[in-house]
Design a protein around this ligand. Structure first.
Ligand code: MRU
Length: 343
Protein backbone atom coordinates (compact mmCIF):
# COMPACT_ATOMS: atom_id res chain seq x y z
CA UNK A 1 0.00 0.00 0.00
CA UNK A 2 1.30 3.49 -0.84
CA UNK A 3 2.13 5.51 2.28
CA UNK A 4 2.58 9.17 1.42
CA UNK A 5 2.89 10.24 5.04
CA UNK A 6 4.31 8.31 8.01
CA UNK A 7 4.52 9.55 11.60
CA UNK A 8 7.32 7.63 13.25
CA UNK A 9 9.49 8.32 16.30
CA UNK A 10 8.29 11.92 16.41
CA UNK A 11 9.36 12.55 12.82
CA UNK A 12 7.01 13.18 9.92
CA UNK A 13 8.21 11.22 6.90
CA UNK A 14 6.83 12.34 3.55
CA UNK A 15 7.29 10.51 0.30
CA UNK A 16 8.82 13.06 -2.06
CA UNK A 17 6.07 13.30 -4.67
CA UNK A 18 8.25 15.45 -6.90
CA UNK A 19 10.42 12.41 -7.57
CA UNK A 20 7.69 9.88 -8.26
CA UNK A 21 7.39 7.60 -10.14
CA UNK A 22 11.12 7.40 -10.87
CA UNK A 23 12.23 7.07 -7.27
CA UNK A 24 10.50 6.46 -3.94
CA UNK A 25 12.33 8.60 -1.39
CA UNK A 26 11.14 9.86 1.98
CA UNK A 27 11.98 13.28 3.40
CA UNK A 28 12.13 13.84 7.18
CA UNK A 29 10.19 16.78 8.56
CA UNK A 30 11.10 17.82 12.09
CA UNK A 31 9.78 21.37 12.53
CA UNK A 32 7.21 23.91 11.40
CA UNK A 33 9.40 25.55 8.75
CA UNK A 34 10.23 22.24 7.09
CA UNK A 35 6.54 21.40 7.15
CA UNK A 36 5.68 24.72 5.48
CA UNK A 37 8.34 24.19 2.79
CA UNK A 38 7.20 20.62 2.12
CA UNK A 39 3.71 21.91 1.31
CA UNK A 40 4.81 24.97 -0.64
CA UNK A 41 7.39 23.04 -2.69
CA UNK A 42 4.94 20.20 -3.28
CA UNK A 43 6.96 17.42 -1.68
CA UNK A 44 3.49 16.66 -0.39
CA UNK A 45 0.37 17.72 -2.26
CA UNK A 46 -3.31 16.96 -2.68
CA UNK A 47 -5.90 18.84 -0.64
CA UNK A 48 -6.58 16.31 2.16
CA UNK A 49 -2.92 15.33 2.47
CA UNK A 50 -1.65 18.87 2.87
CA UNK A 51 -4.26 19.31 5.62
CA UNK A 52 -2.90 16.30 7.51
CA UNK A 53 0.70 17.30 6.92
CA UNK A 54 -0.08 20.68 8.46
CA UNK A 55 -1.76 19.01 11.43
CA UNK A 56 1.41 17.00 12.11
CA UNK A 57 3.38 20.21 11.58
CA UNK A 58 1.41 21.72 14.45
CA UNK A 59 2.27 18.67 16.58
CA UNK A 60 5.97 19.14 15.77
CA UNK A 61 5.74 22.83 16.59
CA UNK A 62 4.30 22.33 20.05
CA UNK A 63 6.72 19.45 20.74
CA UNK A 64 9.63 21.75 19.85
CA UNK A 65 8.14 24.70 21.77
CA UNK A 66 6.30 23.28 24.78
CA UNK A 67 5.91 26.72 26.36
CA UNK A 68 3.91 28.21 23.52
CA UNK A 69 0.71 29.99 24.47
CA UNK A 70 -2.37 30.50 22.34
CA UNK A 71 -0.88 33.51 20.50
CA UNK A 72 2.17 31.58 19.28
CA UNK A 73 0.05 28.57 18.35
CA UNK A 74 -2.30 30.80 16.32
CA UNK A 75 0.69 32.45 14.65
CA UNK A 76 2.10 29.07 13.60
CA UNK A 77 -1.29 28.05 12.23
CA UNK A 78 -1.62 31.28 10.25
CA UNK A 79 1.87 30.80 8.85
CA UNK A 80 1.09 27.27 7.66
CA UNK A 81 -2.13 28.44 6.01
CA UNK A 82 -0.14 30.67 3.66
CA UNK A 83 1.80 27.73 2.19
CA UNK A 84 -0.92 27.10 -0.41
CA UNK A 85 -4.11 29.16 -0.62
CA UNK A 86 -6.70 27.24 -2.67
CA UNK A 87 -7.24 23.93 -0.86
CA UNK A 88 -9.46 24.66 2.12
CA UNK A 89 -8.38 21.48 3.95
CA UNK A 90 -5.17 23.14 5.08
CA UNK A 91 -6.96 25.94 6.93
CA UNK A 92 -9.65 23.53 8.11
CA UNK A 93 -7.18 21.21 9.84
CA UNK A 94 -4.91 23.84 11.42
CA UNK A 95 -7.95 25.78 12.69
CA UNK A 96 -9.04 22.62 14.46
CA UNK A 97 -5.59 22.34 16.01
CA UNK A 98 -5.96 25.91 17.30
CA UNK A 99 -9.46 25.17 18.63
CA UNK A 100 -8.02 22.33 20.71
CA UNK A 101 -5.54 24.77 22.25
CA UNK A 102 -8.32 27.27 22.90
CA UNK A 103 -10.19 24.57 24.83
CA UNK A 104 -7.19 24.20 27.12
CA UNK A 105 -3.40 24.21 26.97
CA UNK A 106 -3.22 21.39 29.50
CA UNK A 107 -1.81 18.27 27.83
CA UNK A 108 -2.22 20.08 24.49
CA UNK A 109 0.58 18.26 22.73
CA UNK A 110 -0.75 14.88 23.78
CA UNK A 111 -4.32 15.68 22.76
CA UNK A 112 -3.19 17.10 19.43
CA UNK A 113 -1.24 13.92 18.64
CA UNK A 114 -4.29 11.79 19.38
CA UNK A 115 -6.49 14.12 17.34
CA UNK A 116 -4.13 13.99 14.34
CA UNK A 117 -3.96 10.21 14.48
CA UNK A 118 -7.76 9.90 14.82
CA UNK A 119 -8.27 12.07 11.74
CA UNK A 120 -5.89 9.89 9.76
CA UNK A 121 -7.67 6.74 10.93
CA UNK A 122 -11.01 8.12 9.73
CA UNK A 123 -9.73 8.62 6.20
CA UNK A 124 -10.11 5.10 4.91
CA UNK A 125 -13.61 4.77 6.26
CA UNK A 126 -14.73 8.08 4.69
CA UNK A 127 -13.09 7.31 1.36
CA UNK A 128 -14.73 3.90 1.23
CA UNK A 129 -18.13 5.42 2.06
CA UNK A 130 -17.77 7.86 -0.84
CA UNK A 131 -16.74 5.08 -3.22
CA UNK A 132 -19.84 3.08 -2.29
CA UNK A 133 -22.11 6.08 -2.84
CA UNK A 134 -20.55 6.57 -6.27
CA UNK A 135 -20.93 2.91 -7.13
CA UNK A 136 -24.63 2.99 -6.29
CA UNK A 137 -25.23 5.99 -8.53
CA UNK A 138 -23.21 4.47 -11.37
CA UNK A 139 -25.20 1.24 -11.10
CA UNK A 140 -28.44 3.18 -11.40
CA UNK A 141 -27.12 4.72 -14.65
CA UNK A 142 -25.16 1.85 -16.19
CA UNK A 143 -26.31 -1.35 -14.46
CA UNK A 144 -23.65 -4.03 -14.31
CA UNK A 145 -21.61 -2.81 -17.29
CA UNK A 146 -17.82 -2.64 -16.97
CA UNK A 147 -17.01 1.05 -17.00
CA UNK A 148 -14.63 3.31 -18.85
CA UNK A 149 -13.73 6.13 -16.49
CA UNK A 150 -11.74 9.31 -16.72
CA UNK A 151 -9.94 11.38 -14.12
CA UNK A 152 -7.69 14.43 -13.87
CA UNK A 153 -4.81 15.26 -11.55
CA UNK A 154 -4.15 12.84 -8.68
CA UNK A 155 -6.75 12.02 -6.08
CA UNK A 156 -5.47 8.67 -4.89
CA UNK A 157 -3.69 7.64 -1.71
CA UNK A 158 -0.89 10.09 -2.50
CA UNK A 159 -3.30 13.02 -2.32
CA UNK A 160 -5.93 11.85 0.13
CA UNK A 161 -4.67 8.97 2.28
CA UNK A 162 -5.77 5.34 2.02
CA UNK A 163 -7.70 4.63 -1.17
CA UNK A 164 -8.18 8.23 -2.25
CA UNK A 165 -11.32 10.13 -3.23
CA UNK A 166 -12.06 10.21 -6.98
CA UNK A 167 -9.34 7.66 -7.64
CA UNK A 168 -10.69 5.75 -4.65
CA UNK A 169 -13.97 5.29 -6.53
CA UNK A 170 -12.03 3.91 -9.48
CA UNK A 171 -9.94 1.59 -7.33
CA UNK A 172 -13.02 0.37 -5.43
CA UNK A 173 -14.78 -0.50 -8.70
CA UNK A 174 -11.63 -2.06 -10.15
CA UNK A 175 -11.26 -4.31 -7.11
CA UNK A 176 -14.61 -5.81 -8.13
CA UNK A 177 -13.63 -6.20 -11.78
CA UNK A 178 -15.92 -3.36 -12.86
CA UNK A 179 -13.43 -1.15 -14.66
CA UNK A 180 -12.60 -1.66 -18.32
CA UNK A 181 -10.31 1.32 -18.84
CA UNK A 182 -9.19 4.47 -17.03
CA UNK A 183 -8.15 7.58 -18.92
CA UNK A 184 -5.77 9.57 -16.72
CA UNK A 185 -5.33 13.10 -17.98
CA UNK A 186 -1.66 14.00 -17.58
CA UNK A 187 -2.36 17.39 -15.92
CA UNK A 188 0.06 19.89 -17.34
CA UNK A 189 2.29 21.38 -16.12
CA UNK A 190 3.00 19.40 -12.96
CA UNK A 191 1.92 16.05 -14.42
CA UNK A 192 0.13 14.74 -11.35
CA UNK A 193 -1.95 12.56 -13.68
CA UNK A 194 0.84 11.26 -15.90
CA UNK A 195 3.24 10.66 -13.00
CA UNK A 196 1.21 10.03 -9.84
CA UNK A 197 -2.17 8.71 -10.93
CA UNK A 198 -0.49 6.43 -13.45
CA UNK A 199 1.89 5.26 -10.69
CA UNK A 200 -1.03 4.39 -8.42
CA UNK A 201 -2.94 2.67 -11.25
CA UNK A 202 0.16 0.59 -12.04
CA UNK A 203 0.49 -0.44 -8.39
CA UNK A 204 -3.10 -1.70 -8.49
CA UNK A 205 -2.87 -3.25 -11.96
CA UNK A 206 -5.73 -1.15 -13.26
CA UNK A 207 -5.78 -0.82 -17.07
CA UNK A 208 -5.19 2.78 -18.06
CA UNK A 209 -4.06 5.19 -20.72
CA UNK A 210 -2.52 8.60 -20.11
CA UNK A 211 -3.98 11.37 -22.23
CA UNK A 212 -3.31 15.08 -22.66
CA UNK A 213 -5.82 17.78 -21.64
CA UNK A 214 -6.14 18.77 -25.29
CA UNK A 215 -7.74 15.37 -25.99
CA UNK A 216 -10.85 15.97 -23.84
CA UNK A 217 -13.12 16.69 -26.77
CA UNK A 218 -11.75 13.82 -28.89
CA UNK A 219 -12.23 11.33 -26.06
CA UNK A 220 -15.74 12.37 -25.12
CA UNK A 221 -17.02 12.92 -28.67
CA UNK A 222 -15.82 9.42 -29.55
CA UNK A 223 -17.69 7.98 -26.57
CA UNK A 224 -14.61 6.44 -24.98
CA UNK A 225 -15.71 7.35 -21.45
CA UNK A 226 -18.85 6.54 -19.44
CA UNK A 227 -18.23 8.81 -16.45
CA UNK A 228 -15.66 11.24 -15.07
CA UNK A 229 -14.46 11.54 -11.48
CA UNK A 230 -12.39 14.38 -10.09
CA UNK A 231 -11.49 15.56 -6.58
CA UNK A 232 -11.80 19.04 -5.11
CA UNK A 233 -9.67 21.60 -3.38
CA UNK A 234 -12.60 23.75 -2.28
CA UNK A 235 -16.34 23.37 -2.74
CA UNK A 236 -18.39 26.43 -1.81
CA UNK A 237 -22.02 26.78 -0.71
CA UNK A 238 -23.57 26.79 -4.19
CA UNK A 239 -21.53 23.76 -5.34
CA UNK A 240 -18.97 25.66 -7.41
CA UNK A 241 -15.78 23.63 -7.10
CA UNK A 242 -12.13 24.63 -7.32
CA UNK A 243 -9.97 21.80 -8.57
CA UNK A 244 -6.84 21.29 -10.63
CA UNK A 245 -6.54 23.47 -13.72
CA UNK A 246 -8.38 21.84 -16.62
CA UNK A 247 -11.23 20.50 -14.48
CA UNK A 248 -13.66 23.18 -15.61
CA UNK A 249 -12.78 22.64 -19.28
CA UNK A 250 -13.38 18.92 -18.83
CA UNK A 251 -16.73 19.53 -17.12
CA UNK A 252 -17.92 21.85 -19.89
CA UNK A 253 -16.95 19.37 -22.61
CA UNK A 254 -18.54 16.55 -20.58
CA UNK A 255 -21.79 18.47 -20.32
CA UNK A 256 -21.74 19.13 -24.06
CA UNK A 257 -21.37 15.42 -24.82
CA UNK A 258 -23.69 14.24 -22.01
CA UNK A 259 -21.06 12.42 -19.94
CA UNK A 260 -21.72 12.53 -16.16
CA UNK A 261 -19.06 14.52 -14.31
CA UNK A 262 -18.68 13.80 -10.58
CA UNK A 263 -16.75 15.54 -7.82
CA UNK A 264 -15.66 13.35 -4.90
CA UNK A 265 -14.35 15.05 -1.76
CA UNK A 266 -14.68 14.80 2.02
CA UNK A 267 -16.59 17.44 3.99
CA UNK A 268 -13.22 18.95 5.00
CA UNK A 269 -13.02 20.20 1.39
CA UNK A 270 -16.21 22.29 1.76
CA UNK A 271 -15.97 26.00 2.47
CA UNK A 272 -19.41 27.02 3.68
CA UNK A 273 -18.27 30.58 4.34
CA UNK A 274 -17.98 31.31 0.62
CA UNK A 275 -21.12 31.66 -1.45
CA UNK A 276 -19.88 31.18 -5.00
CA UNK A 277 -16.72 30.19 -6.81
CA UNK A 278 -15.95 33.86 -7.46
CA UNK A 279 -14.76 34.09 -3.86
CA UNK A 280 -12.10 31.37 -4.22
CA UNK A 281 -8.48 32.46 -4.35
CA UNK A 282 -6.71 30.67 -7.18
CA UNK A 283 -3.06 29.85 -6.58
CA UNK A 284 -0.70 31.12 -9.26
CA UNK A 285 2.37 28.90 -9.37
CA UNK A 286 5.85 29.70 -10.70
CA UNK A 287 6.23 30.29 -14.45
CA UNK A 288 9.15 27.87 -14.45
CA UNK A 289 6.75 24.92 -14.13
CA UNK A 290 5.57 25.71 -17.65
CA UNK A 291 8.72 27.11 -19.21
CA UNK A 292 10.95 24.17 -18.23
CA UNK A 293 10.73 20.39 -18.21
CA UNK A 294 13.01 18.00 -16.34
CA UNK A 295 15.07 20.98 -15.20
CA UNK A 296 15.77 22.16 -18.76
CA UNK A 297 14.33 25.27 -20.33
CA UNK A 298 12.00 24.32 -23.20
CA UNK A 299 10.49 27.73 -24.06
CA UNK A 300 12.35 30.65 -25.64
CA UNK A 301 14.22 32.50 -22.91
CA UNK A 302 12.24 35.69 -23.61
CA UNK A 303 8.87 33.95 -23.08
CA UNK A 304 6.76 34.36 -20.00
CA UNK A 305 4.05 32.02 -18.71
CA UNK A 306 0.77 32.21 -16.82
CA UNK A 307 0.35 29.31 -14.44
CA UNK A 308 -2.97 29.20 -12.56
CA UNK A 309 -2.94 25.95 -10.62
CA UNK A 310 -6.71 25.58 -10.27
CA UNK A 311 -9.95 26.60 -11.93
CA UNK A 312 -13.56 26.75 -10.82
CA UNK A 313 -16.03 24.23 -12.19
CA UNK A 314 -19.48 25.76 -11.97
CA UNK A 315 -22.11 23.70 -10.16
CA UNK A 316 -24.33 23.65 -13.25
CA UNK A 317 -21.73 21.52 -15.04
CA UNK A 318 -21.50 18.90 -12.27
CA UNK A 319 -23.72 15.78 -12.28
CA UNK A 320 -23.04 14.98 -8.64
CA UNK A 321 -20.90 15.95 -5.67
CA UNK A 322 -20.14 13.02 -3.39
CA UNK A 323 -18.95 13.44 0.19
CA UNK A 324 -19.00 10.96 3.05
CA UNK A 325 -22.43 12.26 4.04
CA UNK A 326 -24.09 11.55 0.73
CA UNK A 327 -24.66 12.60 -2.88
CA UNK A 328 -25.62 16.11 -3.93
CA UNK A 329 -27.27 15.61 -7.25
CA UNK A 330 -27.79 17.81 -10.28
CA UNK A 331 -29.41 20.38 -10.13
CA UNK A 332 -27.03 21.44 -7.39
CA UNK A 333 -28.02 24.44 -5.29
CA UNK A 334 -26.96 25.95 -1.98
CA UNK A 335 -30.04 24.39 -0.43
CA UNK A 336 -29.44 20.87 -1.76
CA UNK A 337 -25.75 21.08 -0.82
CA UNK A 338 -26.36 22.22 2.76
CA UNK A 339 -29.02 19.54 3.23
CA UNK A 340 -26.36 16.85 2.70
CA UNK A 341 -23.28 18.52 4.17
CA UNK A 342 -24.99 19.69 7.35
CA UNK A 343 -26.87 16.42 7.92
O1 MRU B 1 -1.70 21.06 -6.77
P1 MRU B 1 -2.06 19.75 -6.16
O2 MRU B 1 -1.41 18.59 -6.80
O3 MRU B 1 -1.92 19.74 -4.66
O4 MRU B 1 -3.58 19.68 -6.49
C1 MRU B 1 -4.46 19.01 -5.74
C2 MRU B 1 -5.11 17.97 -6.50
O5 MRU B 1 -4.57 16.90 -6.59
C3 MRU B 1 -6.39 18.19 -7.05
O6 MRU B 1 -6.78 19.26 -7.67
C4 MRU B 1 -7.36 17.35 -6.36
O7 MRU B 1 -8.43 16.99 -7.05
C5 MRU B 1 -7.70 17.75 -4.98
S1 MRU B 1 -6.86 16.75 -3.88
C6 MRU B 1 -7.71 15.28 -3.92
Amino acid sequence: MIKPLIWENDILKLIDQRKLPLSEEYVDITNLEECFDSIKDMIVRGAPLIGFTALWGMVLDIKNNPNYGIDEITKSADYLKTARPTAVNLAYEVDRAVDLAKDSLDTYEQRLRIFAQDQMDLLYENNLTMAKIAQKDLESRFGDKKLRLMTLCNTGALACGPMGTALGVISHLASQGKVEMVYASETRPYLQGGRLTAYELCKENIPHKITVEGAFSYILENKLVDAIFIGADRIVRNGDTANKIGSSTLAIVAKYYGVPFYVVAPTSSFDLDSRTGDEIEIELRPEEEILSALDSRIAPKESKALNPSFDVTRARNIAGIICEKGLIQDPISTESLLKVVES
